[in-house]
Design a protein around this ligand. Structure first.
Ligand code: PLP
Length: 395
């Protein structure tokens, strides 16, 4: 029998991941201006600081850091995360209620591992981050999309869905959402915490972009309104220090966290000690805030340049105006197809992600997501001019 004909696990049924992978292949073409990814700028990656910290930490605690560690995480990091969560996300939590994870992607995977049986329902924003939709799908959950507007997910529709569909979990990105860049309003944050305990739904709150704020006031997390432990909070240092370090965390009720910790034992035993120690040093030594301040200055300029040019771009019917994060989401005139036009854009040397991939049930073919962090101001100007030419010719 041919190995390619083997029966793969049913959890992979309907999952190919190929559409986006194809786009990322195109980005390797020399000279391509990419508005497609979601990576930090190369200039935002603190290689020298990390090199110095790694050397110092290894010389000081190398025998501990190079040994196996606890699945529960590097103890000093859990201790420095507790006050960080209080200060930045406005909720109290003890070090033992925090699990350092290998990127917040792992937090999502562990929550699904702990909670989801095939056929369970998980509510997602429509549109939402496709990486975590894939994680949810791999546990054979049924995705129930709920629409959002400029204030985030529509809570009246959400309550109806909680009542009728009895979902196990809600997956939500409250701040500078991926792909829309929108932020959930204060009232809706409170309401979601209340609905979660009223209907017994675990909220997976994913907040990796909160620190990348270029305007406006910060809002407390959904978890800060959670009195009964229904909200599981996922954080990440990928966008503010380095995605390559793969350090994130999950803060959750201790019973749920215990299940996730058991699940993590068989995933990777523990998150890399050295990487946890580097992040711990960032928090302990006050290195994070000045670094974030610096990168926000250039991201703000990049975003504002892109927004200004989008306002003049042919064929664009509307677009979001985020106050932070890495993305702008736009809609072309009715009848225009962002997947089809992507081919023409790529021929001209510019790429984006068609928005259809972020919708649980597809459709919305006239939408697309733009990223501004990976391009210089000059590249943004050149890339937006190329988009303008293609869209104007085809609108
Ligand atoms: C909303 C959201 N959650 C999670 C992640 C992944 O984060 P991590 O690198 O911590 O796994 C991303 C990355 O793009 C994201 O946009």
């Amino acid at each position: 029998m041919n190995i390619d004909q083997m029966q793969f696990a049913h959890r992979f049924d309907g999952i190919s991941g190929s559409a986006i992978r194809e786009i990322f292949k195109l980005l390797a073409v020399p000279g391509m201006i990419s508005f497609a990814g979601g990576n930090p700028a190369a200039s935002a990656l603190p290689d020298e600081t990390c090199a110095e910290l790694a050397r110092e930490l290894l010389l000081d605690k190398g025998k501990v850091l190079l040994q196996y560690g606890a699945t529960e995480g590097y103890a000093p990091l859990r201790e420095s995360l507790a006050p960080y969560l209080k200060e930045r996300f406005s909720f109290d939590c003890k070090p033992e209620e925090i699990l350092p994870v290998t990127g917040s992607t792992q937090a999502m995977d562990l929550l699904c591992k702990a909670l989801i049986d095939p056929g369970d329902k998980v509510v997602v924003e429509n549109p939402t981050f496709l990486g975590n939709m894939q994680a949810i799908r791999l546990y054979q959950a049924l995705l129930v999309p709920v629409d959002s507007d400029e204030n985030g997910i529509k809570v009246d529709e959400l309550e109806e869905v909680f009542k009728k569909e009895h979902p196990k979990m809600l997956y939500i990105i409250p701040t500078f959402q991926n792909p829309t860049g929108r932020t959930l309003s204060l009232e809706r944050r409170k309401k979601i915490a209340q609905l979660a305990s009223q209907y017994g739904v675990v909220v997976a709150e994913d907040d990796p972009y909160r620190d990348l704020r270029y305007a406006g006031q910060e809002l407390p997390s959904i978890k800060s309104f959670d009195t009964e432990g229904w909200v599981a909070f996922m954080g990440s240092f990928s966008k503010v220090i380095s995605p390559g370090l793969r350090v994130g965390f999950l803060a959750a009720n201790s019973t749920l966290l215990r299940k996730c910790t058991i699940g993590k034992q068989s995933s990777d035993v523990h998150t890399a000690n050295l990487n946890q120690a580097i992040v711990d040093a960032y928090l302990r030594r006050g290195l994070l805030a000045p670094h974030v301040k610096e990168i926000c200055l250039s991201y703000a300029q990049q975003m504002n340049t892109m927004l200004g040019l989008l306002a003049k771009c042919g064929g664009v019917a509307r677009y979001t105006r985020p106050k932070g994060g890495l993305f702008i989401f736009a809609e072309l005139n009715e009848g225009m197809n962002a997947t089809e036009l992507m081919k023409k854009c790529v021929e001209k040397g510019v790429a984006y992600v068609p928005g259809t991939h972020f919708y649980a049930n597809g459709g919305h073919e006239n939408t697309f997501r733009l990223n501004f962090s990976m391009s210089t101001i000059e590249q943004i100007k050149e890339g937006m001019e190329k988009l303008n030419q293609v869209f104007t010719e085809n609108c």
